[in-house]
Design a protein around this ligand. Structure first.
Ligand SMILES: C[S@@+](CC[C@H](N)C(=O)[O-])C[C@H]1O[C@@H](n2cnc3c(N)ncnc32)[C@H](O)[C@@H]1O
Length: 259
């Protein structure tokens, strides 16, 4: 796996000027915070579709999210639980999750992972220290093998993009890199929603209902679930389906609790 810390390169699409307004980082500064991890194999058609879609939608993304519930719910979670220290935000998008964490923990250091470069650049503008640009299902095991650890792991609205057959291994890898907590938001992708997308766009979207896998997952026995609740999360801009999902937070049991 190649790791390239990119400086400015001609082949990087220019960020539009309006994103660089007042005290925003320059393009060169943004690129210096991106760490490119090449995939070990060619991206699947599903991943190419999702990556292109988010690269294309990066400018509108935060505007859409304004009307959605799930970041308001995450704000409440941030007020209730500890997010001090180092954080890794998996499928970080534009960095809305990290921004909320920084609102209540301004000393926290946030790292992101996202394969859509245009989203990753916005996360840097949102205050992320670094963003790994590449596949989360490859980068998390890679970080684990490099003995990289983070106090808190979060992943919001991204696990529905993972094919269900890799989710159990992916969840296990999260417990290898987390020192204190893991907070996940997992969307319930219904067949009805997928059928409605198919009607409008004439193709089956590569989105997956991974909530049952998370529900059944056998997490390590030195961890406990401190929060699990089902909520209305967002409405599809394409089909107007209302999407529900679960927020689940795991915390590592500290040794006094075990004794
Ligand atoms: C719905 S957005 C959620 C963004 C952010 N977590 C939030 O809460 O606003 C999903 C993000 O996951 C990223 N993503 C999806 N599949 C991925 C994969 N296999 N590897 C890395 N990033 C991925 C997309 O590029 C996109 O930015």
């Amino acid at each position: 796996m190649n790791i390239v810390k990119k400086t400015v390169k001609d082949d990087i699409p220019k960020i539009e000027v309006r994103h660089l307004e007042t005290k925003q980082k320059s393009e060169e500064e943004v690129n210096n915070h991106l760490i490119y991890i090449d995939s070990t194999s060619e991206l699947s058609a599903a991943n190419r579709f999702i990556k292109n879609r988010f690269n294309k939608d990066a400018d509108q993304y935060d505007k859409w999210l304004e009307d959605f519930q799930f970041h308001l719910l995450f704000d409440e979670i941030c007020q209730k639980y500890n997010f001090a220290g180092t954080i890794i935000d998996i499928g970080c998008g534009t960095g809305l999750g990290g921004k909320t964490i920084l609102k209540y923990n301004n000393g926290s250091r946030i790292t992101g992972i996202d394969f859509a470069e245009e989203m990753a650049k916005k996360a840097v503008q949102s205050g992320y220290a670094n963003v790994y640009v590449g596949l989360m299902e490859e980068i998390v095991p890679y970080l684990s093998s490099e003995n990289k650890r983070f106090d808190h792991v979060i992943s919001l609205g991204a696990i529905f993009c993972l094919s269900s057959d890799i989710v159990t291994n992916f969840l296990s890898s999260l417990f290898e890199i987390a020192e204190k907590s893991i907070t996940l938001e997992i969307d319930e992708i219904t067949d009805e929603f997928l059928a409605n997308i198919e009607k409008i766009q004439n193709f089956r979207a590569p989105f997956f209902n991974n909530t049952p896998i998370v529900e059944r997952f056998h997490f390590p026995n030195n961890w406990k679930i401190v929060h699990k609740e089902k909520y209305y999360m967002w409405t599809s801009p394409t089909t107007k389906d209302k999407i529900y999902g679960i927020f689940v937070r795991y915390e590592k049991i500290v040794s006094e609790e075990i004794n």
